[in-house]
Design a protein around this ligand. Structure first.
Ligand code: NAI
Ligand code: MG
Length: 404
């Protein structure tokens, strides 16, 4: 069977980095039985220019039919102020595909990069953290999809007039999400709400456990919450404990409060090595924190999944580097393609159940970034203080992959 991959190059450096990653995928298909049917679609600003909308029906259809999606980046000054913006395409696509698990690994693919970390080398060395962020509920929940019956934990900071009296299970985000979003902030009061259902917690914990199992040896799982204060966190902790004890007894599992996790992440990040799974806003913050540890924005991949990774079936997802469209360097051919190449590796591991091919790509990238002294090539783009261009890095990664 040929897997269908839809590539959305997007804007700015997006097309430069996705074409590098596609070349790497083509090397994989040349040397393994894996078959990929790769097609490109307009998305973001490029789609606004062509069709007036950031996500056309045609692109949406191609994404829904695909086994996985590889995205470059969208946006840029050209579309910054209009009523129709490229970023709306990403939000709509996430919703249409039902993506609920956002995954951001932060690790040193090469020790040669330790010098770019804002942390001392001795502290940063060996950091290998995968943040799994719940993407549909929690503090930034507006119109969550799976809330259904009872079993909700609600937590409301109520300063003002927008909320009706809250009792457990009564207040659904749909009831007032739009109102909160569009309400005027000129008044004296505002409020936000954190809502989770058992089902939402259960599926993200399962996704985290499956991500831990996709590595060999499996990773430890840490659930991050604020159970000493928040009702949603108490439900979170209860459900997480149940699922992990019942279905994943083989995985190391522990809980960590979010504030201390933030501290440990800069003081001794190795202590958090493994999968950290958490609520939407906690994940927004801690994934940004973890992503600076390895130094360059251009290096890190991400995934957003519509299900738990499962070696026995394909799981839909969007794979993209964590960086944006970098308009300041677009068109110069100097963007670092490694975040996108590693995103393609994650795609093989999580969506297509191909951990060996994923590891081969990662090993090839490591070889390219390792120092010459260590037998590597030490080939770096400008963001890493080097002079290599996008194509050269892709060429070398492909060459290394041919040797594996
Ligand atoms: P950015 O990540 O595009 O760029 C920040 C800085 O990092 C720039 O100096 C850029 O040159 C550099 N940089 C980023 N990726 C690089 C790479 N692969 N190689 C070398 N250098 C790299 O963030 P910025 O400037 O805040 O946003 C630019 C545009 O991208 C905006 O329109 C923003 O909305 C959009 N954006 C899109 C995202 C997405 O598509 N998921 C995510 C973040 C921003
Ligand atoms: Mg953020």
């Amino acid at each position: 069977k040929a897997y269908k991959i839809t590539v959305l190059p997007g804007d700015g450096i997006g097309p430069e980095v996705t074409s590098a990653a596609v070349r790497v995928l083509e090397v994989i298909t040349k040397h393994t039985p894996l078959q990929l049917e790769i097609t490109e679609q307009l998305f973001g600003g490029a789609s606004i220019d062509a069709h007036g909308v950031p996500l056309s029906d045609g692109t949406l259809k191609a994404c829904k039919e695909a086994d996985a999606i590889l995205l470059g980046a969208v946006g840029g000054p050209k579309w910054g102020v209009g009523p129709v913006r490229p970023e709306q395409g990403i939000l709509k696509l996430r919703k249409e595909l039902g993506l609920y698990a956002n995954i951001r690994p932060a690790s040193f693919i090469s020790e040669n990069l330790l010098q770019y970390s804002p942390l001392k080398e001795s502290v940063a060395k060996g950091t290998d953290i995968v943040v799994v962020r719940e993407l549909t509920g929690g503090f930034v929940s507006v119109g969550s999809s799976v809330l259904s019956s009872g079993d909700h934990a609600c937590f409301a900071w109520v300063w003002g007039r927008h909320l009706r009296p809250t009792t457990q299970g009564e207040l659904l985000p749909q009831d007032f999400g739009d109102k909160v979003e569009s309400s005027s902030v000129s008044g004296a009061h505002a409020s936000d709400l954190c809502v989770y259902s058992r089902e939402e917690i259960e599926r993200i914990i399962r996704a985290a456990a499956q991500i831990a199992l996709a590595e060999n040896p499996p990773l430890a799982v840490t659930s991050v919450d604020k159970a000493n204060v928040l009702a949603t966190s108490r439900l979170w902790r209860q459900v997480a404990t149940e699922i992990m004890e019942k279905d994943y007894p083989q995985l190391a599992f522990s809980h960590q409060l979010v504030d201390s996790a933030a501290m440990i992440m800069v003081a001794n990040p190795r202590k958090l090595n493994g999968v950290l799974v958490m609520e939407n806003m906690f994940g927004d913050i801690l994934s940004d924190e973890s992503s600076v540890i390895p130094g360059s924005l251009g290096l890190l991949p991400s995934a957003s999944l519509a299900g738990a990774p499962d070696p026995s079936k394909t799981v839909s997802g969007i794979y993209e580097p964590i960086h944006g469209s970098a308009p300041d360097i677009a068109g110069q051919g100097i963007a670092n393609p490694i975040g996108t190449i590693l995103s393609a590796a994650l795609m093989l591991r999580y969506s297509l159940g191909r951990p060996d091919e994923a590891a081969a790509i990662e090993a090839a990238v490591r070889k390219v970034l390792d120092s010459k002294a260590a037998g590597g090539l030490d080939l770096r783009t400008k963001d890493l203080g080097g002079e290599a261009n996008t194509t050269e890095v892709a060429d070398r990664v492909c060459e290394q992959l041919e040797k594996i």
